[in-house]
Design a protein around this ligand. Structure first.
Ligand SMILES: C[S@@+](CC[C@H](N)C(=O)[O-])C[C@H]1O[C@@H](n2cnc3c(N)ncnc32)[C@H](O)[C@@H]1O
Length: 417
């Protein structure tokens, strides 16, 4: 059974055409066209030749859309695995899609308290909707965009969870404004993932997200079993009282930031670091304050960006017996190497005031011809400096350019050869 409410409002011509094409791809002929496009893509046939062959084999109507979806599926495969070959994405929807493994983690946490119906407010291609349905919830998938609704309706069908999903046209701003008794649109829980791009550009101001910040705050206030995806750069001052803010990194890069409503929140801030498939969580029930600063010691530690963004560096400093190299710089230093997921450690071999001539002379003296440059609190361009320091010598090193007690400083680390 598939439940889909379609809007009566007139979508733009392009939108109507995209919806028509998506529906055509969901027919048996469309499925055959998609398989053929995937095969041509896998064979490395270039776009012009592939489209010519597809037009001849599956018709002009299906050729272009099938080729477009095959290319999106190829892009989606690293994150979505085998599901990618059954899902439909427009490039816009794929760009906005979160990682499915993180959507599953979010869904499990949101539902752990017993909620069984969830409103996915802004479903796009349905990544969160699918994760919530797979976690056992009944999901009301809402979007203002007819293409998003069509994608979600087709994707939940393709992955066999359509019986638990209702795809509806709706404005999350209005639905949240009408939320009462801990529910929104009749659901006891909600996921809100505002669009944070417009015209291909990132919207840094949360008031310009869609839905805007005011809807985020109202949802967290009125629907305590809720989670909102926000920009990783969100100012801590914006996080409402009683709401948990979590920053998640995968492989050393921030991938998402979340605000958990009061019924799900269990702490003040959380840094979640995913490395090598392992999930590590660092939490604080209250602001731990800044870490102390001190002189550079034998090891330099670069905190994971989730630790930095969540404001939990001082917890890591205390665990490692470490200090900051400068009160304003997120590098830690201690006497020992650290074996924790929160930092990456570098052995400090040389410390000198930053000066290109002196740095070059030192590297020459130590037989170092290739360096990786890292920087924090400096205007230098790492790639340019690495090129400027390159010679034929066989040794390697990591050069960290930063401020130490306010002074521009170079730290030569992990020298080999
Ligand atoms: C960032 S995307 C959601 C991505 C989705 N959670 C995923 O991981 O695939 C935001 C979605 O919200 C929708 N949207 C924006 N403003 C909305 C509003 N006021 N009401 C409902 N949906 C809205 C957009 O059309 C878009 O599909």
């Amino acid at each position: 059974m598939r439940h889909a409410v379609r809007v009566d409002a007139e979508p733009g011509e392009q939108t109507a055409e995209t919806v028509r094409q998506l529906r055509a791809l969901a027919t048996p002929d469309g499925t055959a066209a998609l398989s053929r496009a995937a095969a041509l893509l896998a064979d490395g046939v270039d776009a012009v030749a592939a489209l010519t062959r597809l037009r001849a084999e599956v018709g002009t109507d299906l050729a272009g859309p099938a080729w477009g979806i095959a290319r999106q599926r190829e892009k989606a495969r690293p994150a979505f695995g085998a599901d990618a070959d059954r899902l439909l994405f427009t490039s816009d929807a794929l760009e906005q899609a979160g990682r499915p493994e993180l959507a599953a983690r979010r869904a499990a946490r949101l539902l752990a308290g017993g909620a069984d119906s969830v409103a996915d407010l802004g479903c796009a291609a349905g990544t969160d909707t699918i994760a919530l349905a797979r976690a056992g919830a009944r999901v009301l998938a809402v979007d203002v965009d007819p293409v998003a609704r069509e994608l979600t309706a087709l994707n939940v069908e393709a992955l066999g969870v359509a019986d638990d999903v209702w795809v509806v046209a709706g404005d999350a701003v209005e639905l949240v404004a009408a939320a009462r008794g801990g529910e929104v649109a009749g659901c006891g829980a909600a996921v809100l993932d505002p669009a944070r791009r417009a015209g291909g550009r990132r919207q840094l101001d949360p008031d310009r997200w869609s839905p805007p910040w005011s809807t985020v705050v109202t949802l967290l206030d009125r629907v305590p079993t809720s989670v909102v995806k926000v920009a990783p750069g969100l100012d801590h001052d914006r996080v409402p009282e009683g709401v948990e803010a979590e920053w998640v990194s995968v492989g050393g890069s921030i991938v998402e930031a979340l605000l958990w409503g009061p019924a799900v929140a269990t702490t003040w801030r959380r840094a979640t670091v995913v490395t090598g498939g392992q999930v590590h969580e660092l939490t604080a029930d209250a602001d731990p304050g800044p870490a102390p600063a001190g002189p550079v010691r034998a090891w330099l530690h670069e905190p994971d960006p989730a630790v930095i963004r969540s404001g939990l560096i001082s917890l890591v400093a205390a665990e490692l017996g470490a200090t900051l190299v400068d009160p304003t710089i997120a590098y830690l230093t201690s006497d020992a190497r650290a074996d924790v997921p929160w930092v990456r450690s570098y052995r400090v071999d040389e410390v000198l005031p930053f000066n290109l001539k002196k740095l070059r002379a030192l590297l020459r003296e130590r037989g170092i011809g290739r360096v990786v440059v890292k920087k924090r609190g400096s205007a230098i361009e790492p790639e340019t400096l690495a090129r400027q320091l390159r010679t034929d010598a066989s040794g390697t090193a990591t050069v960290v350019v930063t401020r130490v007690a306010g002074a521009p400083t170079a730290l030569v680390c992990d020298v080999t050869g």
